[in-house]
Design a protein around this ligand. Structure first.
Ligand code: ACO
Length: 332
């Protein structure tokens, strides 16, 4: 089984990060941490933080405009819009609807999907299924997050790891040169939901003075457990997807993993028996941008390499849920 969806392509990509750059040294001014601790434990040296009035939809719009231009399309060509985010502008309506109106798109279907850091692969698979079925021709998919709004800036174990940003792609049925979508595999295990979550503010535990006092409206994470699960599930999903096509990690020109922690990527490389330079890594500059991480890296990687026909690219991610996913692309 080589190509499940022979006619689907990534026709364009775009990304956007907010202007404000926050270094590890800056963070050491607000929590008990150091540049040395953050760099050696995570690989992160800086991240971008959105301005107070800048919402997730604003980051998404900038990335989308770049992707539409990159694809050589106009706004009128877009007939499906999906946003992956766990930091929506509001609990409802969907951030996709807000992006639609800010971009001035046609009254096309627009909805959000919540799969945390795996979100982009979930929306890629959803868009691919809808495009395959028709009548859609060009789907705009965007991973966008303003994580700075949901981390506890008094909790050094989480606030140093995340950043804000957005990445977008246009998935098209038109046969163009570029990256063909060969296959995607996604999965989830809700039994591990509590190792990375926001405990309060939903229907199970609505916000109250007590939850606010206890900072339960912010991200809580069992970092060691997430680390272990991340290495395990990313390795498994990637190997399973590759095996479906008779491939091994050694056949892949560039692996684009979720950008959470360079040590997770090093462990993945070890498991694949590959040198680290086969992985595209930009987390040094952005930290973990959750659903924006993979499309931001994909956009940069597309422009960074001299791609040859037949080159394979593998996207692989994990996130809260737990969720995981992998997508195989081929340069044609
Ligand atoms: N600065 C200084 N010290 C710190 C900091 C900090 N920012 N954070 C924690 N420490 C301390 C801890 O308190 C602990 O001190 P103690 O030994 O006195 O108790 C010590 O450093 C070691 O802490 P560990 O948690 O054991 O450190 P570890 O080496 O495991 O690294 C980390 C922590 C970076 C969080 C790592 O476990 C990790 O990356 N986990 C995965 C996180 C991840 O990928 N999250 C994203 C998930 S994707 C999504 O959907 C959002």
């Amino acid at each position: 089984m080589e190509t499940r969806r022979p006619s689907l392509f990534i026709q364009g990509t775009g990304s956007y990060v907010p202007e404000r750059l926050v270094t590890n040294e800056d963070l050491a001014q607000i929590v008990d941490t150091s540049d040395e601790w953050i760099r050696t434990r995570s690989g992160i040296t800086e991240r971008r933080i959105a301005a107070p009035g800048e919402a997730t939809s604003d980051l998404a719009v900038q990335a989308a405009l770049r992707a539409i231009t990159d694809a050589g399309l106009t706004k009128e060509d877009i007939d499906l819009l999906i946003v992956a985010t766990v930091t929506p502008d509001q609990p409802f309506p969907a951030t996709a609807c807000l992006v639609q109106t800010k971009l001035g798109l046609q009254p096309i279907a627009a909805f959000d999907i919540s799969a945390a850091c795996t979100g982009f692969l979930y929306i890629l698979e959803t868009a691919a299924a809808l495009l395959e079925r028709g009548p859609y021709r060009h789907a705009l998919i965007i991973g966008a997050e303003k994580f700075s709004a949901i981390v506890d800036w008094q909790d050094r174990t989480t606030c140093v790891l995340f950043g804000d940003g957005a990445g977008a792609a246009i998935i098209s049925r038109e046969n163009k040169s570029g990256f063909e979508i060969i296959d995607t595999l996604i999965g989830a295990d809700g039994a591990n939901a509590d190792i990375l979550c926001i405990p309060a503010g939903g229907t199970a535990c609505p916000s109250s003075p007590q939850t606010l006092e206890a900072h339960l409206q912010y991200v809580k994470m069992n970092g060691r457990e997430v680390f272990k699960q991340a290495v395990r599930v990313m390795g498994q999903v990637a190997q399973t997807l590759l095996a479906r096509h008779g491939l091994t990690p050694a056949d892949i020109k560039v692996i684009i993993p979720h950008q959470a922690n360079v040590r997770i990527i090093e462990a993945l490389a070890k498991g694949f028996d590959l040198p680290l330079d086969r992985f595209f890594i930009n987390l040094h500059h952005y930290g973990n941008t959750s659903a924006a991480s993979i499309p931001l890296a994909l956009d940069e990687a597309r422009k960074a390499y001299d791609w040859q026909k037949g080159d394979y690219v593998l996207l692989v991610a994990f996130g809260a849920g737990l969720t995981w996913g992998s997508t195989l692309l081929k340069y044609i």
